[in-house]
Design a protein around this ligand. Structure first.
Ligand code: SF4
Ligand code: ZN
Length: 356
């Protein structure tokens, strides 16, 4: 006998929800998926009416579903948000160029304005050129740092109040596990927050999918027939994150609640009094927020421009020695973008290697 949907008790179930294990019909799955995100948004007070919000859009499943669902919830619950798509073109031939075509179609499908910023324009370096210089070992470090700053720059250019990203529960759990394994207390605290970068000078980033399982996002995108791009980056994977991901998938197979359990555990952890945490200051080169005198993006860019690409990968002391012995600002072939007032009004948090 077919199993009935546990939500409406009328229709036959068509899937077992990965998050709850409950049987649901298609309509009830959509309803539960969207309603849970709505609850995450309202209980976390992620948005205020009248705000302009940039959705970080890559063309992948997470950001495509985020754009679709945010637009839908905005109308259904009258959030009063002005939604924009903001994409970063890292300059990865055969990957990002194709995924950006998907974002351009999403722009038409969802009728949302789209802005694309490229690494080439912002930094004078595409990821293809960076990989040519540094090889394929530390490429994700460059890419993650530059993307984070690029999103902030785009957000400032659009004058948005918030940036919404498609980080899902699996991503958050992975980051918690990685930070525990690295003993990185400062990042561990930050990565569990649903809103980050909300200091007075930053543009807050919000994660409406913080409690949404990746498998449910895939199912939603697939059954709704959303137009998304599913090819992996040709320069992936980031080996360390890859291991954390595999470990979590193994855990999830035994116990599906592992992902949420890890997130809840991360949220409950607190730092002992007296533990030194990095103090946020401003980069003396570009004025972006940083926990060091010179932000990671500036260090990496200096290394690239001076033919010493490992500069930002090595020890902090070596980096500081380099900057103390070199005079003047780092050479950059990127023209000033105007949104940074040659850095005077810029703000961001680029002190992290991995985006949260
Ligand atoms: Fe960038 Fe690495 Fe992601 Fe590719 S896998 S887009 S290089 S961070
Ligand atoms: Zn800087």
């Amino acid at each position: 006998m077919p199993i009935k949907c546990e939500i409406c008790s009328k229709k036959n179930a068509f899937l077992k929800r990965p998050k709850t294990g409950s049987a649901a019909c298609k309509e009830c799955f959509y309803w539960a998926f969207e309603t849970e995100i709505h609850h995450t948004i309202t209980s976390g007070k992620l948005f205020k009416s009248g705000e302009k919000v940039a959705i970080g859009a890559s063309g992948g499943k997470d950001s495509t579903v985020l754009a679709y669902v945010l637009r839908k919830l905005n109308e259904k619950y009258n959030y009063g948000l002005d939604l924009h798509l903001l994409s970063i073109d890292e300059g990865i031939t055969g990957y990002r160029d194709d995924s950006l075509e998907t974002v351009k179609r999403n722009q038409q499908q969802y009728d949302l304005p789209l802005t694309i910023l490229s690494y080439e324009d912002l930094y004078g370096w595409s990821m293809d050129a960076i990989v040519k210089q540094i090889g394929r070992k530390n490429n994700c470090t460059f890419c993650g740092v530059f993307r984070r700053q690029a999103l902030d720059r785009g957000a400032m250019r659009l004058k948005v109040n918030k940036i919404a990203t498609g980080h899902n529960a699996d991503d958050v759990a992975e980051t918690i596990v990685m930070n525990i394994l690295r003993g990185d207390v400062a990042r561990l605290q930050r990565c569990t927050s649903i809103v980050t970068g909300d200091d007075p000078s930053g543009i807050p980033r919000v994660k409406p999918f913080k409690y949404t399982y990746e498998k449910e996002i895939v199912a939603y995108a697939y059954y709704k027939k959303l137009d998304y791009f599913s090819t992996e980056c040709i320069y992936s994977p980031n080996a360390y994150r890859g291991h954390a991901r595999t470990y979590l998938k193994d855990l999830e197979a035994i116990r599906p609640s592992s992902i949420i359990d890890i997130i809840h555990s991360g949220e409950m952890m607190s730092v002992k009094d007296g533990v030194k945490l990095p103090v946020q200051t401003k980069c003396s080169r570009c004025n972006y927020i940083s926990s060091n005198a010179i932000c990671k993006a500036c260090v990496l860019l200096e290394g690239l421009n001076k033919g010493r690409p490992k500069l930002g990968i090595g020890k902090t002391s070596k980096v500081m020695q380099h900057f103390e012995s070199s005079s003047g600002p780092p050479q950059t072939s990127a023209p000033c973008q105007g949104d940074c007032s040659c850095a005077a009004s810029a703000n961001s948090s680029v002190s992290r290697v991995d985006s949260d």
